[in-house]
Design a protein around this ligand. Sequence first.
Ligand code: NAD
Length: 309
Amino acid sequence: MQASGRVLVCDSIDQAGIDSMKRAGLAVDYKPEIKATELVAGVKGYDVIIVRSRTKITKEIIDASDAKIIARVGVGLDNVDVKAAEAKKIRVINAPEAASTAVAELAIGLMISLARSIPRADAEAKKGNWIKKELMGTQLSGKYLGIVGVGNIGRNIGRMARSLRMNLIGYDPYPINKEFVGETGMIVTDLDTLVESADFITCHVPSTPETKHMFNAARFAKMKPTAYLVNTSRGEIIDENALYEALKGGKLAGAALDVYEVEPPTNKLLLGLPNVISTPHIGAQTKEAQELASTVIAEKVIQILRGVI
Ligand code: NAD
């Protein structure tokens, strides 16, 4: 069955989703560089607006549009004014599971990078500095991994970490999937106990008023001085100034960050520390995750326009 409608794609997305929407009969305009002002003026007449991370769908854009669907090719909906969309009865959709393997693999990579100082070893070796004696690392096997937020990504990294023979501790204010807990032997506990006990902590929570600065000076004070913190979720959950002080004061051994309170990050002091590893929000940045997110969104758009879902 064919679908009909006009689709405006405002950010760069994988071609696979664009191709399937066209095959289904949709008229797709691909404008990955479109500016906010052009969008307010040009959004009328489109049934579907598709974004990734660059474009912010504000109330002003929503008020100017007569769209039926706003779609985010990704997990969170931070760049869409969902309330304004719902007030106009616009369906807001995303692709929540598409990036979960990519993000979990990055978090594992960051943990190993911290434990073995891989970025520093690489930089020094390339400068001709043989600093082997300074690079005594630590193993992941047998260590306790604290997973904060045991949703799609948290469970994925939990399974990967079990295959590295790590022990799991988990915290989530909502019930954690029982099958997963049984399969991995995760010890489910409160956040402070997790923070006090874990050798590695990895965060996989959404950005909400409750999670803002959940990692602050008081929490860093509870961490083992040998522990490492990895954040591939949302920057707001860490008080970056407190993290800087805690790392300087030896409250924890190191941190790896893919996300920041402000992006690109402005906290040069924090990023300048030798025990901080920084990546530019690349959690979902794999060919496979982008292709999956794009095709999942295309399929949902087609089904909604056909009236199937
Ligand atoms: P999810 O919704 O499947 O899981 C989030 C979990 O956090 C849920 O189990 C929820 O109950 C839990 N949670 C909510 N409030 C909490 C709190 N106060 N304390 C502890 N846990 C809490 O989401 P997901 O797909 O696993 O994504 C997790 C995070 O990763 C999101 O913030 C998402 O935006 C982020 N993410 C980042 C990238 C990247 O590029 N770095 C890519 C994809 C997703």
